[in-house]
Design a protein around this ligand. Structure first.
Ligand code: URA
Length: 285
């Protein structure tokens, strides 16, 4: 399954940025206090609101009682008397999810989550989109919620590629028709690339690639073709591939590779390269 390469060659052209110094935590623009705390990587916005209600957050020495407060770069925010940490640039990991884990931070039904089984040295991360409980394979994890939201947007247009084992039979012609896109129960799925890889008893192995990231999209499309999915493995997401990453392990994407894949604008937005370094690069061009 998959190639050996963990990261596919990208089209961005930002030069290597290893060891880049990160910009400080100060909000570049005014933002609500809970967002500023979440941006600094301390917790989620919801947690920050709970901390404010518990009287743990102060702005310029004055304890807050409500999250309805906007802070800017010149404000001094403290949690339990300590200033917010310097904001680290976004970090990204490839993670090989196994079957049986839910991709959410808390599961109301008490099932094990991806986040409970990550190595203890991992910082707080969020996933880029979700995989269903029985889906395996590549899940991207990041320290930056805004980056996650950006990468999972359909408008970002990153291709998600799956290896799919289905019960039943289908022709390549029927799969080729999915290239026009398909509307199922009022939900439109854009162009789908699908091919038959091989037969295995009463099953078929297919490769299916699409760009949207809608709920249960592969299973719904398979059902539409009269097929039942009994194994689903995501093998790539945009420029990142599962490769031979062992199940249950994480591997960080090097900052310079991430910068290369995201391009200059997003590299600056997500703090992957110090602003001074970006200015030097722009002067050299
Ligand atoms: N499509 C699905 O049906 N499930 C997933 O987890 C991912 C894509």
């Amino acid at each position: 399954m998959g190639g050996k390469v963990g990261v596919k060659r990208g089209h961005g052209q930002a030069p290597p940025t290893v060891g880049a110094k990160q910009p400080a935590a100060k909000a570049a623009e005014p933002m609500r206090i809970a967002k500023a705390i979440a941006h600094a990587g301390l917790c989620s916005r919801r947690d920050a609101e709970a901390w404010i209600a518990a009287g743990r957050v102060a702005v310029n020495g004055k304890m807050l009682t409500t999250p309805a407060q906007v802070v800017g770069p010149s404000d001094r925010v403290t949690v339990d008397g300590k200033p917010l940490p310097e904001k680290q640039g976004a970090r990204l990991w490839r993670y090989h999810k196994r079957r049986g884990l839910v991709t959410s931070h808390k599961d109301p039904q008490g099932r094990k989550t991806v986040f409970e089984v990550l190595p203890p040295e991992m910082p707080r991360v969020v996933s880029v989109g979700r995989l269903d409980i029985n889906t395996e394979g590549l899940l991207l994890l990041t320290t930056d919620g805004e980056l996650a939201r950006h990468l999972e947007l359909p408008s970002t247009g990153w291709l998600r590629r799956y290896r799919v084992r289905v019960h039943g039979r289908v022709t390549q012609e029927a799969l080729d028709r999915l290239r026009q896109g398909v509307t199922l129960d009022g939900i439109h799925y854009g162009p789908v690339e699908a091919r038959i890889d091989r037969e295995q008893g009463s099953n078929l192995w297919l490769t299916i690639a699409l760009r949207e990231g809608k709920n249960r999209e592969v299973k719904r499309i398979a059902e539409h073709l009269g097929l039942t999915v009994n194994r689903l493995i995501r093998v790539s997401f945009g420029p990142f591939a599962l490769g031979d990453l062992p199940e249950g392990t994480v591997e960080e994407v090097k900052r310079r590779v991430l910068a290369d894949q995201l391009g200059a604008k997003l590299t600056e937005q997500f703090g992957l390269v110090a602003p001074e370094k970006l200015r030097r690069q722009a002067r050299r061009k």
